[in-house]
Design a protein around this ligand. Sequence first.
Ligand SMILES: [Zn+2]
Length: 118
Amino acid sequence: MNKDQLCRMLEHDQGLSCSVCKKESKKHWTNSDGLENDLTKVGDVEPEDSRGYDEYKERGSNPFSETAPLSLSYYPYNCSSVYKCGSCHAVILIYLETGGHGARYQARWAQSGLEITP
Ligand SMILES: [Zn+2]
């Protein structure tokens, strides 16, 4: 799923909170709380030019903040899958974090209005 396809999906997002996906608590990367089991996977992020484990830090942006762009060629977006909430149609990105102590899934709500870079 490339930038344009993702952009189109974000247009269907409804509301600022949701009792199913709890997107309001996932404006930045955080524990997925098992969403990878509850939501429908619609595809994988297709980066235009994958940068491996490089993180997007241009213009001083913190890749783990609420306002960080969806920088698809950079970590961890370049290894994320795209999930959709059946209730509010929000797009939630999920990846498997393998650093540190054991693997765990991390999730971020791909909020419409965020900058997306290919
Ligand atoms: Zn939802």
